[in-house]
Design a protein around this ligand. Structure first.
Ligand SMILES: [Zn+2]
Ligand SMILES: [Zn+2]
Length: 307
């Protein structure tokens, strides 16, 4: 485990800010770093699929024999000017480091270390990567599909990586649930479902996956640990099969106040409605999934268009 971790308790938000600022590249050797919780997620994903053999993806102590990628490239926040030599303990003095450089650097002075470290010469012929993310997006994608199984630490990372970050603002397919199963839901969650039902544009359908509006405008998934407010979207998964998708606008803990949830619903609704288009032929306003070649599908079909 890196020494800096024992000395300080840097918040996950701060660590994420430093990693992102440095584009997930080691400031000492220029190598891309790897976000350790993502390796744990990958390990879990492979095991969930039924594989039960050995895997050297993740080890809590980043042991080389059990997790060679983390042993070398595990992402660490390091002091630029060593703490032991009076370097400030604040963001301007923090840099992204790979585990190897962090271990090698120890408390030697920056100039001394840079001189000793020939790896600084890693340079790309076409420039440096700007879109590397340390597999943090992999983490977000996998974490969001298994939110019930997350540890507290992973939940913290998911929050720190930001649910409004464009990379984290995932669109996912929504499974519509049937109406009328609300009596099976625990009372507190049921009360939240009922409250949210009053905030949504009518008609409201669903039990804990609530869809407001017809055509749908907002999706709210009231889970056990998180309530997610999403912009309703439709995509044609095949020529005649529309599927419902939701793009996350905001997520809330079960004990959240109603006002911010209502504000997020209004925002999700505004985003959805702003995608509606005007059909110049029949002069109606239609959601984008019903538009075809600048007119609505009815007019398109009437005009002899083949769909
Ligand atoms: Zn390095
Ligand atoms: Zn039309």
């Amino acid at each position: 485990m890196p020494a800096t971790r024992k000395r300080t308790a840097l918040s996950k938000e701060l660590q994420v800010r430093v990693f992102r600022r440095d584009r997930w590249m080691c400031r000492w050797c220029g190598r891309p770093v790897v976000f350790p919780p993502a390796m744990r997620m990958l390990d879990r994903l492979v095991r969930l699929s039924g594989y039960d053999g050995a895997l050297a993806y993740h080890d809590p102590r980043w042991r080389r024999d059990r997790a060679p990628l983390l042993d070398h490239l595990g992402a660490v926040v390091d002091h630029h000017e060593a703490f032991a030599r009076g370097g400030a303990h604040d963001e301007s003095n923090f840099v992204t480091s790979c585990n190897k450089c962090n271990a090698r650097k120890n408390s030697s002075a920056v100039a001394e270390f840079t001189e000793k470290s020939p790896l600084r010469l890693v340079k790309g012929k076409y420039g440096e990567p700007t879109d590397w993310d340390g597999f943090s997006t992999v983490f977000v994608v996998l974490a969001r599909t298994n939110e019930d199984d997350l540890t507290d630490g992973e939940r913290g990372w998911l929050d720190a990586l930001g649910r409004d970050d464009p990379r984290a603002r995932l669109r996912r397919r929504i499974a519509r649930d049937t109406d009328g199963q609300l009596r099976l839901v625990a009372p507190e969650r049921r009360a939240l479902v009922e409250l949210i039902g009053t905030m949504l544009p009518s008609p409201v359908s669903g039990t804990t996956t609530l869809i407001g509006g017809d055509p749908g405008e907002v999706v709210v998934v009231v889970g056990e640990d998180v309530t997610e407010v999403m912009q309703f979207e439709v995509e044609w998964v095949s020529e005649h099969e529309p599927a419902t998708f939701g793009t996350l606008v905001a997520a809330f803990k079960p004990d959240a106040e109603p006002a911010p949830i209502a504000a997020a619903i209004a925002q999700a609704r505004a985003r959805r409605v702003s995608t509606y288009r005007w059909c110049p032929t029949c002069r109606s306003v239609q959601p984008p999934e019903w538009m075809m070649d600048e007119q609505c599908m009815s007019c398109f079909e009437r005009a002899g268009g083949v769909f």
